[in-house]
Design a protein around this ligand. Sequence first.
Ligand SMILES: C[S@@+](CC[C@H](N)C(=O)[O-])C[C@H]1O[C@@H](n2cnc3c(N)ncnc32)[C@H](O)[C@@H]1O
Length: 227
Amino acid sequence: MKKPTPYTVSARLYDLISFEWPVYGAGRSTAISLLDLAPGSHVLDMGCGTGLNFPLLQRQIGPRGSITGVDASAQMLAQARQRADSAGWSNVTLIEADATAVNPAALTPHQRFDAAIATYALSLMPTWQTALLTMISATRPGGQIAVVDMRTPTGAAAVWTPLARLACRLGRSDIEAHPWSDMPQRLARVRSASVRGGHIQIRVGSVGRDGDSVPERDAALDPPRQR
Ligand SMILES: C[S@@+](CC[C@H](N)C(=O)[O-])C[C@H]1O[C@@H](n2cnc3c(N)ncnc32)[C@H](O)[C@@H]1O
């Protein structure tokens, strides 16, 4: 049996208690604006949680596009399914899987994604590098990868550091993980932004057209379960 985590026991409350407004929503909206996806795009949302990225993504991709959300928590995925169903989005596929152990080919059986995004998720994964490689492998050459995650605030905002650390501790994320740090060596044209006094870091890069920046992955292949 899986060990309980905040994402299994508090999934129903997540949207209320996650400081979406006024803190973390700013990171996802900045990243998705930078992605600027074409209508019809197919997007992987790694560690999608309750699907807080979905409304912003849907606005760009429209009904001809699709979202594939992957999360390790069945309870978070149940909330994401509810969000999709009540909005009438029939283009959302949800997969219960460990992002650090899933086979990228199993996420995208027909064609690779146009973009992959992970918001506030990689820093919960001790081997986030593997999840990032999976996102890159599952995305087509020329497609985009967006990572949004947390670090300690800087400058005048450093006074908020204890609060930022507490929020990360409660959410079980490692504020020192900096899971965007590998992106410049793995991706082309990495753009950076930061909001909320540097606490929220945003990176968006492109997958190399020749694919030579993406090392082969030796995945310990988990069979994904669709929700
Ligand atoms: C802080 S929440 C972020 C959810 C969503 N991306 C958002 O922006 O609101 C982190 C999510 O990562 C998921 N997660 C943590 N470790 C994971 C793993 N190894 N594989 C897949 N999902 C994971 C958790 O279940 C949780 O839903």
